[in-house]
Design a protein. Structure first.
Length: 155
Protein backbone atom coordinates (compact mmCIF):
# COMPACT_ATOMS: atom_id res chain seq x y z
CA UNK A 1 0.00 0.00 0.00
CA UNK A 2 1.33 3.41 -0.86
CA UNK A 3 1.69 6.34 1.48
CA UNK A 4 -1.22 8.02 -0.22
CA UNK A 5 -3.37 4.97 0.52
CA UNK A 6 -2.44 5.16 4.20
CA UNK A 7 -3.38 8.82 4.37
CA UNK A 8 -6.76 8.10 2.80
CA UNK A 9 -7.48 5.26 5.25
CA UNK A 10 -6.66 7.35 8.33
CA UNK A 11 -9.69 8.51 10.35
CA UNK A 12 -10.67 12.14 10.23
CA UNK A 13 -9.44 14.28 13.11
CA UNK A 14 -11.92 14.16 15.99
CA UNK A 15 -13.54 10.91 14.89
CA UNK A 16 -12.97 7.85 17.05
CA UNK A 17 -13.81 4.21 16.50
CA UNK A 18 -17.03 3.07 18.09
CA UNK A 19 -17.51 -0.22 19.86
CA UNK A 20 -20.60 -2.24 20.47
CA UNK A 21 -20.77 -4.75 23.30
CA UNK A 22 -22.41 -7.99 22.23
CA UNK A 23 -21.92 -10.19 25.32
CA UNK A 24 -21.28 -10.04 29.06
CA UNK A 25 -20.18 -12.76 31.46
CA UNK A 26 -21.75 -12.64 34.91
CA UNK A 27 -19.70 -14.31 37.65
CA UNK A 28 -20.95 -15.65 40.98
CA UNK A 29 -19.95 -13.95 44.24
CA UNK A 30 -16.44 -15.05 45.27
CA UNK A 31 -15.39 -16.08 41.76
CA UNK A 32 -12.17 -14.04 41.77
CA UNK A 33 -11.05 -15.52 45.11
CA UNK A 34 -11.61 -19.10 43.91
CA UNK A 35 -8.77 -19.01 41.38
CA UNK A 36 -7.67 -22.60 42.04
CA UNK A 37 -11.15 -24.13 41.86
CA UNK A 38 -11.17 -26.21 38.65
CA UNK A 39 -14.90 -26.12 37.86
CA UNK A 40 -15.63 -22.49 38.66
CA UNK A 41 -16.69 -21.61 35.09
CA UNK A 42 -19.70 -23.94 35.41
CA UNK A 43 -21.52 -21.27 37.46
CA UNK A 44 -20.94 -18.38 35.01
CA UNK A 45 -23.86 -16.94 33.05
CA UNK A 46 -23.57 -15.11 29.73
CA UNK A 47 -25.79 -12.26 28.63
CA UNK A 48 -25.69 -12.14 24.83
CA UNK A 49 -27.13 -9.85 22.19
CA UNK A 50 -29.10 -12.41 20.20
CA UNK A 51 -30.17 -9.95 17.53
CA UNK A 52 -33.81 -10.17 18.57
CA UNK A 53 -33.14 -9.09 22.16
CA UNK A 54 -30.72 -10.03 24.92
CA UNK A 55 -30.54 -13.67 26.00
CA UNK A 56 -29.39 -14.93 29.40
CA UNK A 57 -27.62 -18.24 28.73
CA UNK A 58 -26.25 -20.93 30.99
CA UNK A 59 -25.24 -24.46 30.05
CA UNK A 60 -27.11 -24.63 26.70
CA UNK A 61 -30.27 -23.15 28.22
CA UNK A 62 -31.72 -19.68 28.38
CA UNK A 63 -33.61 -17.92 31.14
CA UNK A 64 -37.27 -17.07 30.68
CA UNK A 65 -39.11 -14.14 32.24
CA UNK A 66 -40.18 -16.28 35.23
CA UNK A 67 -36.56 -17.04 36.11
CA UNK A 68 -36.68 -20.64 34.89
CA UNK A 69 -34.26 -22.21 32.43
CA UNK A 70 -35.45 -23.70 29.17
CA UNK A 71 -33.94 -25.22 26.06
CA UNK A 72 -33.18 -22.68 23.36
CA UNK A 73 -34.22 -23.94 19.93
CA UNK A 74 -32.18 -23.10 16.80
CA UNK A 75 -32.92 -19.67 15.29
CA UNK A 76 -35.18 -21.00 12.54
CA UNK A 77 -37.35 -22.86 15.10
CA UNK A 78 -37.84 -19.98 17.57
CA UNK A 79 -41.44 -18.87 17.83
CA UNK A 80 -42.77 -15.46 18.80
CA UNK A 81 -43.91 -16.97 22.09
CA UNK A 82 -40.37 -18.16 22.84
CA UNK A 83 -38.92 -14.72 22.01
CA UNK A 84 -41.44 -13.00 24.31
CA UNK A 85 -40.52 -15.38 27.15
CA UNK A 86 -36.74 -15.45 26.75
CA UNK A 87 -35.58 -12.10 25.37
CA UNK A 88 -34.98 -8.95 27.38
CA UNK A 89 -33.54 -5.51 26.96
CA UNK A 90 -29.86 -5.21 27.92
CA UNK A 91 -30.44 -3.67 31.36
CA UNK A 92 -33.13 -6.18 32.40
CA UNK A 93 -31.02 -9.11 31.21
CA UNK A 94 -28.01 -8.01 33.25
CA UNK A 95 -30.12 -7.47 36.38
CA UNK A 96 -31.79 -10.88 36.07
CA UNK A 97 -28.45 -12.60 35.44
CA UNK A 98 -26.88 -10.97 38.51
CA UNK A 99 -29.81 -12.07 40.67
CA UNK A 100 -29.75 -15.64 39.37
CA UNK A 101 -26.02 -16.41 39.25
CA UNK A 102 -25.51 -17.04 42.99
CA UNK A 103 -28.46 -19.46 43.12
CA UNK A 104 -27.36 -21.74 40.25
CA UNK A 105 -26.91 -25.37 41.23
CA UNK A 106 -24.30 -27.59 39.57
CA UNK A 107 -24.01 -31.18 40.79
CA UNK A 108 -26.24 -30.33 43.74
CA UNK A 109 -24.14 -27.36 44.92
CA UNK A 110 -24.31 -23.59 44.65
CA UNK A 111 -21.00 -21.88 43.89
CA UNK A 112 -20.51 -20.90 47.55
CA UNK A 113 -21.05 -24.51 48.68
CA UNK A 114 -18.68 -25.78 45.99
CA UNK A 115 -15.93 -23.39 47.07
CA UNK A 116 -16.39 -24.36 50.73
CA UNK A 117 -16.03 -28.06 49.86
CA UNK A 118 -13.11 -27.41 47.55
CA UNK A 119 -11.15 -25.50 50.20
CA UNK A 120 -12.10 -27.96 52.95
CA UNK A 121 -10.49 -30.71 50.89
CA UNK A 122 -7.39 -28.58 50.42
CA UNK A 123 -7.19 -27.84 54.16
CA UNK A 124 -7.18 -31.57 54.91
CA UNK A 125 -4.41 -32.16 52.35
CA UNK A 126 -2.39 -29.26 53.80
CA UNK A 127 -2.75 -30.70 57.33
CA UNK A 128 -1.55 -34.11 56.13
CA UNK A 129 1.49 -32.53 54.47
CA UNK A 130 2.29 -30.58 57.65
CA UNK A 131 2.06 -33.76 59.75
CA UNK A 132 4.48 -35.56 57.40
CA UNK A 133 6.94 -32.67 57.55
CA UNK A 134 6.73 -32.52 61.34
CA UNK A 135 7.37 -36.26 61.64
CA UNK A 136 10.31 -36.00 59.26
CA UNK A 137 11.84 -33.03 61.11
CA UNK A 138 11.00 -33.76 64.74
CA UNK A 139 10.08 -37.42 64.92
CA UNK A 140 6.85 -38.74 66.41
CA UNK A 141 5.03 -36.42 68.80
CA UNK A 142 2.68 -37.16 71.63
CA UNK A 143 -1.00 -37.08 70.53
CA UNK A 144 -1.74 -33.95 72.59
CA UNK A 145 0.96 -31.93 70.79
CA UNK A 146 -0.35 -33.05 67.38
CA UNK A 147 -3.89 -31.94 68.31
CA UNK A 148 -2.58 -28.53 69.39
CA UNK A 149 -0.70 -28.08 66.12
CA UNK A 150 -3.79 -29.12 64.12
CA UNK A 151 -5.81 -26.50 65.98
CA UNK A 152 -3.24 -23.84 65.08
CA UNK A 153 -3.17 -24.98 61.44
CA UNK A 154 -6.98 -24.74 61.24
CA UNK A 155 -6.89 -21.08 62.25
Amino acid sequence: MSRAGLAEAAPEPGSYPSYEISAYTVYPTGYQQAVDAPMREAWCVTVTDAGDGWAIRWRARCMNYRGGWEFEPPPEARTGDFLRRCRFNEHAALLRARRAVDDLIVDGLTFAEYVDRFWEGHREKARAVLRKRRRRLFGPRPPQAVEELDTVAAV
